[in-house]
Design a protein around this ligand. Structure first.
Ligand code: NAG
Ligand code: NAG
Length: 143
């Protein structure tokens, strides 16, 4: 009797736990402990971090500009071609060079379409040469 109750309790708990895991929006720091900076392969990072889910929150963290370093920024590019070419002409500035400090800049993946991110610092060199860009294609939660 006691065993039966325990097993049922466990199954219920496991069910609730699995539901909780998939339904809770996640907070993901872009680049992990490296943050958002030149010299990191974000394509690789995104590949290892995917799948992304709807309402996941991406956090871009980067240091303030200083005498010795250029701070990045975050742009949202309109499509794959602009992303490939690092063409910022119709890109949208999400976060300027000071907005990644402290808690960082937050972006919620709240649309079911690819979001193309890139840094436009140094006239686009961070994007074209440092490949400081990635895209995330959020999907629906399985439940
Ligand atoms: C970045 O990572 C991707 C995916 O792992 C890989 O295909 C690509 O060659 C890497 N780029 C560089 C410059 O290392
Ligand atoms: C960056 O954006 C913040 C918030 O909108 C603003 O207060 C700040 O002046 C901007 N900094 C620069 C360098 O544009």
């Amino acid at each position: 009797m006691a065993f039966t109750f325990g097993a049922q309790g466990f199954i219920l708990l496991a069910f609730v736990a699995s539901f909780w895991v998939v339904s809770e929006a996640r907070t993901i720091v872009v680049g992990g402990s490296e943050g958002w900076r030149a010299g990191i392969n974000y394509t690789d990072w995104a590949l290892k971090t995917s799948p992304f889910y709807l309402n996941d929150k991406l956090v871009f963290k980067y240091a303030l500009p200083s005498d010795t370093s250029i701070a990045p920024n975050v742009y949202l590019l309109p499509n794959l071609l602009c992303y490939r070419k690092c063409n910022f002409r119709s890109a949208k500035l999400l976060a300027n060079e000071t907005q990644g400090s402290g808690e960082g800049f937050e972006f919620v993946l709240n649309e079911l379409r690819p979001a193309y991110f890139a840094c436009a610092a140094e006239d686009g060199r961070h994007c074209s040469e440092e490949r400081m860009k990635f895209f995330a294609i959020p999907r629906r939660h399985p439940n």
